[in-house]
Each structure stands twice: as C-alpha cells, then as structure tokens.
Design a protein. Structure first.
Length: 95
C-alpha cells in the first residue's frame, strides 16, 4: 500500500479520485477526504489556477503548470483547495 509522510509517521493513502477542472472553480470531494491529513495532487493535461484559502479560484490565482504536483498537509488545507482551468480543461489526480 502506498504511504505518505506526516509528522514523521508513514500514513497509507486511503483514497483517490480524478477531478475535472473546467471554467467553474472546483474543490476536492469533501466526503472522500474527510479524515485525510495529506493529499498529493498531480496536474494533468493542462495548466490550472489554484487557491489555498477557501476562496473560489479565478484568473488571479496561483498558476500551476501541467505535470506539476501539489502536496496539501492537514485537513484544513485539503478542504480549502480550489482549482479552475487556466486556458483549457485539465484533470487532477488526487491521492
């Protein structure tokens, strides 16, 4: 089983999903990550814009390039993540 590091502990990745990112800001699925401490997100197919404070992502949000990975630590950070496409639809792979 794949594991991630959190506070010096090896924790198993217990869920995964693919998230379609288009013209409306999207979050990770709350029920899937309700008890998560760590999320690994890989951006596939196209660039995205992301926010980490719970606000809706828009054209002024952080640019994350296709092929990049994002690590979120803690339930609050995971719950606050929002993404929107930069120029074309993208896919996020999340564990």
């Amino acid at each position: 089983m794949p594991v991630g590091r959190y506070g010096g502990w090896d924790l198993p990745f217990f869920a995964r999903e693919s998230v379609a990112v288009s013209t409306t800001s999207v979050a990770l699925t709350p029920a899937t990550y309700a008890n998560a401490h760590h999320a690994l997100i890989t951006v596939e197919s196209n660039d995205i814009r992301a926010r980490f404070d719970g606000g809706a992502a828009d054209s002024t949000s952080h640019l994350i390039l296709s092929g990049s990975s994002i690590e979120l630590w803690g339930g609050t950070a995971i719950a606050r993540f929002q993404a929107i496409r930069s120029t074309a639809d993208a896919t996020l792979r999340v564990s």
